[in-house]
Design a protein around this ligand. Structure first.
Ligand code: ADP
Length: 836
């Protein structure tokens, strides 16, 4: 007989003991592994021969059997000693023969009974029994009540500790107040071994039985809670290590649900791949991975995640170790430079020398090239050509107006919207770590309370330091030592001296008219034709037309506007060609106005005449050379000098010096000393809104003051430049070529230059001096002689005096120049009448 696979207790519908007559002799079925209690309904599988026979005998009669547990599970043919004496009388309610010759019966326990003796042992055991008294339940008492409650609570506790009990058992127990039955139910549901169960079965007194059952119950509770504690401890250990993992898994699941996970995992993976591919130095990889880990843990939509993402984007896009191979073939470099640029022979030569040294000495720690010149003279395009010749990438950033160190070096990431500085932006743009890097407008780097950008710039340009240039944003060093830096500036003077020391200055002055025509013919026109998709078949520009564009439509040192105006004419031709009016359009001076409108500039001298107190100076500005009108006027006053026109300190002092000189030489000019005490002098330099500075207008101001005080007109076709000393000597000036070009553009016929600049004249192209009369003056007297009219003589002399010879014979010239001064002295009594 086998243990049932299922058992149940049923309080209702039970054939109670009192309904059935129980004989004192019954067939015995030894039961393995289970103790059957009264009221229990359970199926039993019966396989042993003797048991089957016992069942058959019972079925033939009153269907009653005694079910007694056997002591040992594995005894196949138990002797009476192997079977417990106390058992339960059961009624066979149903019987089913199974195909394997076993029998399945459904029995219900009726009452407890004790075996008195064995009556027969073949073919099955038959025993005499003594049934327990029918009503065993005692009357309720406090103790009973307490024991019942304890038992019920114990059972609840057991359930709360996780013991699985049949649901209907709990319901039955809830309404039960018979201690004996309660004990039976509890014990039969605890899944105990046979012995303890049997022990309970054998206790006759119901309260005692329940007490014992409660003891067993509390032991069970202890075991179970101990078991739980052990489990919890063990789990705690695992939890510690797996908690985070599990949480993250859960988070992933949640994010997946929300549709966030895929993007992020993909993004992180992508970054990881790009970090690997970007071949970063080890230190940089570490930083990148640190940030990547942070990103992994962040919600992808937070602002911080966006910041980290931007940072990583930068990190992977910087060309840490990507370089383009160098092609240092000097001949091909020369070819490229010639292909792209007209003339500029000296500049090209310097560049080629520089490249040659670089070729011989791989890591050239030498100076950095600095192209200085007005806009549009080809500084940028020279840089591009160098890059093309070397096979390197070209990038260009402008430093104009940079006042903050962070613009060079980047902002720290703690700032909202922080980005790397211009250096690394340029490097990223280049895509290689060895581009030709052009820093435009180094002369316009400023300095203020936000920090000194020049310090950062010095570090960038210093070959000893720039191999570990650290950008504040990236926070890791980048090696700039492979970069070839070229700087550009419009003027030399404003460049910070620390920077200037590190650079090799190559000056590119403005172009003469002839040069401009050459550049236009050979470079600008072919380039624009190609850009506009038309050819010489459609477009022809005559030389006079081109010349007229230079003189009447542009006024510049470079060729940028010239190129723009050429493009303008071509656009109009291109439109007509596109409209189907395909023919050859010839641009001549006559048709030019149709294309470009009325001329923008007229030569100034055409408009002006000689005036008292108006002289023409020559200035060197960042856009090239310019003529500078200086007006001086006198009025009654107290000897004050007023200076207007946005003049800088140097220029103001220069004006003071000029006035002091004129005063010291007053007698020679026929000016009375007291005049200075009761006359106010006002010097104004239009255009008043443009700041002007520098000492080179010294002689121009002196001449204007002299003209005004002596009341003699100054020549409108004479321009001059030179610094003045208190003793009337003239010091040399810079920007000679620019100034001469400016004078020629303004149709000046005579230019007065300091004698000390004579040697610089030698270096200028010959055609530049064509058509102008150059006077090299050593003293201001010579300037007066050339620039001021003597009215009394004016009648006898031509209005525009014959230009003096371009001079290399100072003695002659001095003599000639002295003549008008003498004349002035002679005329002092009458024509040089001062306004009183
Ligand atoms: P910059 O940088 O000095 O302001 P750019 O390099 O931008 O001047 O030059 C303006 C334009 O003039 C460019 O298209 C350039 O190619 C052209 N250009 C300037 N000088 C020359 C030259 N000597 N030969 C050919 N083209 C020139």
């Amino acid at each position: 007989m086998k243990k049932s696979d299922r058992k149940s207790m049923n309080q209702d519908r039970r054939p109670a003991q009192r309904d059935v007559d129980i004989p004192d002799r019954l067939p015995l079925i030894p039961v393995r592994d289970i103790v059957v209690f009264p009221y229990m309904v359970l199926p039993l599988f019966v396989g042993r021969d003797m048991s089957i026979k016992a069942i058959e005998a019972a079925l033939a009669g009153n269907r009653l059997v005694l079910l007694a547990a056997q002591k040992a599970h594995d005894t196949e043919s138990p002797k009476p000693d192997d079977i417990f004496d106390t058992g339960t009388v059961g009624m066979i309610m149903r019987m089913l023969k199974l195909p394997d010759e076993r029998i399945k019966i459904l029995v219900q326990g009726l009452t407890k009974a004790k075996i008195v003796d064995y009556v027969q042992s073949e073919p099955f055991y038959s025993v005499h029994v003594h049934t327990f008294p029918a009503s065993q339940e005692p009357p309720s008492s406090l103790e009973t009540e307490a024991v019942i409650r304890t038992a019920k609570e114990g059972l609840d506790r057991l359930a709360s500790l996780g013991k699985v009990l049949m649901p209907d058992v709990m319901v039955v127990i809830e309404n039960l107040d018979e201690p004996g039955r309660l004990a039976d139910i509890i014990v039969s549901n605890l899944g105990l071994k046979v012995e303890p169960t049997q022990e309970i079965l054998e206790i006759e007194d119901p309260v005692a039985r329940l007490k014992r059952a409660t003891e067993i119950l509390s032991k069970e509770i202890d075991v179970l809670s101990m078991q739980q504690k052990i489990q919890a401890d063990a789990k705690g250990e695992i939890d510690k290590t797996q908690r985070e993992y599990l949480l993250r898994e859960q988070l992933k699941a949640i994010q997946k649900e929300l549709g966030e996970l895929d993007d992020r995992a993909e993004e992180v993976e992508e970054f990881r791949k790009r970090i690997e591919e970007s071949n970063m130095p080890e230190k940089v990889v570490k930083e990148a991975e640190k940030q990547l880990k942070r990103l992994e843990k962040m919600h992808p939509d937070t602002a911080e995640a966006a910041t980290v993402r931007t940072y990583l984007e930068w990190m992977v896009e910087i060309p840490w170790s990507k370089a383009s191979p160098d092609n240092l073939d000097i001949q091909s470099a020369q070819q490229v430079l010639n292909e792209d640029h007209y003339d500029l022979e000296k500049v090209k030569e310097r560049i080629l020398e520089y490249l040659a040294v670089r070729k011989l000495k791989e890591k050239l720690k030498g100076p950095i090239l600095c192209f200085v010149g007005p806009p549009g003279v080809g500084k940028t395009s020279l840089g591009k050509s160098i890059a093309r010749a070397l096979g390197r990438e070209f990038v260009r950033i402008s430093l104009g107006g940079v006042r903050d160190e962070a613009e060079i070096r980047g902002h720290r990431r703690t700032y909202v919207g922080a980005l790397p500085g211009r250096m690394l932006q340029g490097i990223k743009q280049a895509g290689t770590n060895n581009p030709v890097f052009m820093l435009d407008e180094v002369d316009k780097v400023g300095m203020d309370f936000r920090g000194d950008p020049s310090a950062a710039l010095l570090e960038v340009l210093d070959p000893e330091q720039n191999h570990a240039f650290t950008d504040h944003y990236l926070g890791v060093p980048f090696d700039l030592s492979h970069v070839m830096f070229i700087t550009t500036a419009n003027l030399i003077d404003p460049i910070l001296s620390a920077l200037r020391d590190r650079m090799e200055i190559i000056e590119i002055p403005g172009y003469t008219e002839e040069e401009k025509l050459g550049i236009a013919r050979r470079y600008l026109i072919p380039r624009q034709l190609e850009k506009h998709g038309i050819s010489e078949k459609h477009f022809r520009m005559t030389d006079p037309a081109l010349q007229r564009i230079v003189t009447h439509y542009t006024r510049e040192a470079g060729v940028r506007n010239l190129e723009r105006e050429i493009a303008n004419t071509m656009r109009k031709v291109a439109r007509r060609v596109a409209e189907g009016k395909s023919k050859r359009y010839a641009i001549t001076p006559r048709t030019l106005q149709k294309y470009l409108g009325v001329p923008k500039y007229l030569p100034e001298t055409e408009k002006e005449k000689d005036q008292v107190g108006l002289t023409i100076g020559l200035a060197w500005t960042e856009t090239g050379g310019e003529t500078l009108h200086i007006e001086a006027t006198t009025m009654k006053g107290k000897g004050n000098l007023t200076l207007t026109g946005h003049l800088g300190d140097v220029m103001k002092e220069s004006a003071q010096a000029a006035l002091s000189y004129v005063r010291s030489q007053a007698q020679a000019l026929g000016i009375k000393q007291e005049t200075f005490a009761n006359t106010d002098i006002h010097i104004h330099v239009p255009a008043g809104a443009i700041p002007k500075d520098g000492p080179s207008a010294g002689i121009t101001m002196a001449t204007a003051i002299a003209s005004s005080l002596a009341n003699v007109p100054a020549r409108h076709d004479v321009a001059m430049t030179g610094e003045i000393t208190l003793r009337g000597r003239i010091l040399p000036i810079g920007g000679l070529k620019e100034k001469i070009l400016a004078a020629k553009r303004a149709a000046i016929t005579t230019i007065i230059l300091p004698k000390h600049n004579e040697k610089d004249l030698e270096e200028l192209p010959k055609h530049l001096l064509k058509g102008v009369n150059i006077i090299l003056a050593e003293t201001v007297d010579q300037v007066y002689a050339a620039a001021l009219h003597v009215p009394s003589r004016a009648r006898t002399k031509p209005k525009t005096p014959k230009p003096s010879q371009p001079k290399r014979m100072p003695s002659n010239r001095t003599k000639r120049a002295a003549a008008p001064v003498k004349r002035a002295r002679r005329a002092a009594a009458s024509p040089f009448v001062l306004p009183q």
